[in-house]
Design a protein around this ligand. Structure first.
Ligand SMILES: Cc1cc2nc3c(=O)[nH]c(=O)nc-3n(C[C@H](O)[C@H](O)[C@H](O)COP(=O)(O)O)c2cc1C
Length: 315
């Protein structure tokens, strides 16, 4: 998730309850292969904890997908995922992401260029696509097209582009696409995505619809232990001091990762999304969030967290 699942958050999650597979935020290949590269390359930062890790990319120019795929293989990513599902105005306006559903010639060229780049060094680094059910309506001809492209994996977010995230995900349709997969491309792994709030719920959906995997996005905002297979962790029962200490750890990692130079590589406001995750579910959490979200630096944030009365008690 853009501006969420950076190396910092992936490391925090990996320490709490690791996911089986991680994805980077989506990274624009046309920007990456331009003088603006420095602004984007940071999104591809990772360490050994966040494994296996797939790089997700988007853009328009097949040549840039080819070049980027070669680089990603060299950097050691476990796979390359193409974003053909983002419904945001900026991406759609330029004809990228979900707009590629209406430009299959270009979508095919992008897949081919990425596969050639990913496979050029003799390794067969997997290439996958994440997309939606259709543009304005559910459109199985789109997934049929994708299933003809020798993809290693196809992830389906169970909504159309038009639906954005405004209606519940349509899992029956994801199941129908799995049946198409069985007929057209049995070797392509199928992953379902949309509205999963626990690992157990995800596994039940995978069983029901015969999927190879499930992808969790916003569910992690409600429970950072969501990927745990060991036991049903009760995030809601964590006390205030433990949650504050976890946020402290996140902010320290954020500072150490992104504030090496004069200027932080990521704005401090990026942390506000995380503040809502950790500073939640205890007396005074709302007021505390309001206070923390006004901080202008990681240091200011850390000193407020350190000084908080809940944080003074022994855990
Ligand atoms: C803040 C935010 C950023 C997102 N960024 C990406 C992204 O970079 N790439 C992507 O494939 N999906 C992205 N998504 C979509 C999610 O991956 C996911 O498909 C969608 O939220 C539905 O799944 P969920 O109900 O599990 O969240 C983003 C969603 C949110 C809320």
């Amino acid at each position: 998730m853009d501006d969420v699942t950076d190396t910092v958050f992936r490391q925090v999650i990996a320490d709490l309850a690791p996911a089986d597979l991680y994805f980077t935020e989506f990274v624009n290949v046309d920007g990456l292969q331009s003088p603006g590269r420095a602004n984007l390359i940071k999104k591809l930062k990772f360490n050994e904890k966040e494994q296996p890790l797939i790089a997700q990319i988007w853009g328009l120019e097949p040549e840039n997908f080819y070049k980027t795929a070669r680089e990603l293989v060299e950097m050691g990513f476990a796979g390359i995922d193409l974003n053909f599902g983002c419904p945001q105005k900026n991406e759609i306006k330029c004809g990228a992401c979900a707009a590629l559903m209406n430009n299959r010639t270009l979508a095919g060229e992008i897949i081919k260029a990425t596969q050639e780049g990913a496979w050029s060094a003799g390794q067969r680094t997997p290439v996958s696509v994440k997309t939606r059910l259709g543009f304005s309506e559910v459109d199985f001809s789109w997934q049929e097209f994708l299933l003809g492209q020798k993809l290693n994996m196809l992830s389906i977010h169970g909504r159309t582009k038009r639906e954005m995230s405004k209606v519940p995900a349509h899992w029956d349709e994801i199941g129908q696409i799995r049946q198409l997969r069985d007929k057209i491309s049995p070797g392509t792994l199928m992953v379902g995505n949309g509205d999963i709030l626990s690992r157990q719920q995800g596994e039940e959906l995978a069983d029901k619809y015969g999927l190879d995997g499930i992808m969790i996005g916003r569910g992690v905002f409600q429970n950072p232990f969501i990927f745990s297979r060991v036991k049903p962790w009760k995030w809601g029962e964590w006390d205030a001091a433990s949650k504050i200490k976890l946020y402290q750890k996140h902010v320290e990692l954020f500072r150490d990762t992104w504030s090496a130079g004069q200027r932080s590589e990521r704005p401090i406001a990026t942390l506000n999304k995380f503040c809502k995750i950790y500073i939640n579910g205890f007396d005074g959490a709302k007021e505390m969030r309001e206070d923390l979200m006004h901080c202008k630096s990681a240091e200011e944030l850390l000193s407020k967290l350190q000084a908080h009365k809940y944080n003074q008690a022994e855990v």
